[in-house]
Design a protein around this ligand. Sequence first.
Ligand SMILES: NC(=O)c1ccc[n+]([C@@H]2O[C@H](COP(=O)([O-])OP(=O)(O)OC[C@H]3O[C@@H](n4cnc5c(N)ncnc54)[C@H](OP(=O)(O)O)[C@@H]3O)[C@@H](O)[C@H]2O)c1
Length: 411
Amino acid sequence: MSEGSSKPVRIGLLGRGTVGGAFAELVAERGAAVEAACGRRPEISGVLTRGEGDFDEVLAGSDLIVELIGGTEPAREHVLAALRAGKPVVTANKQLLAQHGDELFDVAREAGVQIRFEAAVAGVIPIVRVIQESFGATEISKVFGIVNGTTNFILSEMASTGAAYEEVLERAKQLGYAEADPTEDVNGADAAAKMAILARLAFHTPITLGDVAYEGIETIQPDDLAYAKELGLSLKLLGVAERRDGGLSVRVFPCFLYGGHPLAPVGGPFNAVMVEAPAITEVTMSGPGAGGTQTASAVLGDVVSILAGDAPVSQPREELTVVTDVSSSFYLHLEVADRPGVLARIAQVLGDNGISVKSVVQRGIGEDARLVMVVHECLESQFAAAVEEIGRLEDVRSTPRSIRVIEEEFV
Ligand SMILES: NC(=O)c1ccc[n+]([C@@H]2O[C@H](COP(=O)([O-])OP(=O)(O)OC[C@H]3O[C@@H](n4cnc5c(N)ncnc54)[C@H](OP(=O)(O)O)[C@@H]3O)[C@@H](O)[C@H]2O)c1
C-alpha cells in the first residue's frame, strides 16, 4: 500500500461506538494531513454496526478494515476474512488479540498483509510501535507498567482521600473512568489481556491470556494504603512480563512502589509502561489510558503507518516456558495481640523460612495492635509458607494481609 496514488484509501469501519465514532470524525478532520504525509487520503467507505451495513459489502468496498466492535465474535471472524482477502486490518481489540493472536498473526503472515493494534494496549502510549520497531533489534528483559486507567484512578483516589474501595468505584463510574460493569478492570483481567499482547511482542513467544496469572484490587483496604504511606510506598496495579529463571513470567498484581520509582507518581486514569533491556537500561512512557478521541488517534496512527508502508521488524519465534514461582518483596499487615515478644516470634517464623525484614511499623494498643512490615525479596512460595505459619500463631488475631512490593529504589 506504499505506492503514491491520488485515489483515496477506502476504510471499512466495523463498529461506530465510542472509538469508532471518534475515528470517523478524525478521518474527516485529519484526512488532508494524512494525504500530505503519505500521499493518499483516507475516507470511510462503509460502516458496519448491529443496525447498519452488511459485512461482505463493507469488505468488498474497502482497501483496509478498521475493527472497533470489541469482544471476540464476530470481530474475529471479520478480521480473519479481511486478512484472507488481502486487506490490512487495524484493531483496538485487546481481547481478540490476547485470545486469538496466533491465529490472526498466522493468517496475516500467510496473506502478506499487516494487522496493527497500537490502541489495544496502554491507550495513547505508542508502546506497540516502540517494541516492534524502535526496539526491534533489542533483547528486552522486562516490560511492565500501569496498563489499566480505571484501577489506577481508584487506587490514586483511595490513597489521597482515605475513602473505601466501593465508594471510590462509584465515583469512578460517575466520572466515566469505570464502566457500568467494571469487573474485568478491577479483577485484573483487562490488564492481563494487555500484558499477554505486550509479552508476545517483547519476547516473540505465543503467550495468550490463559498464561497470565492475575489478581485485582477489590480487596485492598484503606488502612493498607495509609500504613504504606508511612513506609514511603504507593500502590499500583502492575502488569509485569519478564525473563525469569530461563523462562518467562507474565503477571498482574497490586504492588507497592517506593517514591523514587518512575511509576510511583503516575496517578489518576493515566497509564505508563517501562521497557528494560541491557542495551537501553530503561525507558518509561506515560499518557492517557483510554478515551474515544485518544484511542481513535492511535487507530489513525496505525492507518498512517500502513499507508506509509512501514512494517514491523519480523522476529523468529522463541520458545519460552512460563515461570510461575518468582521472587518478590512483600508488605505484610498483621493484627496482633498486644503482648511482649510478639514481634520476635513473628520475626522468628520469617527467619526460619529464610525471609528477612526490611522495615516495620508498630501501631495501636490492646485489641487494635498492628504490625506492618516490608520483607526483602524471597520466592512467593517461601513467603506463602511463612504467612500460613504466622496466621496460625496465637498472637495473630485475623488473617494476615499481604501485597507485593518492588524494592528497587530509583534515584
Ligand atoms: N472506549 C475506549 O476508551 C477504548 C480504549 C481502548 C480500546 N478500546 C477498544 O475499542 C473497541 C471499541 O470500543 P468502544 O468503547 O468504541 O465500544 P462501543 O462504544 O461499545 O462500540 C461498539 C460498536 O460496535 C458495534 N457492534 C457491537 N456488536 C456488533 C456486532 N455483533 N456486529 C456489528 N457491530 C457490532 C456497536 O454497534 P451498535 O451501535 O449497533 O451497538 C458499536 O457501534 C473495543 O475493542 C475496546 O476494547 C476502547
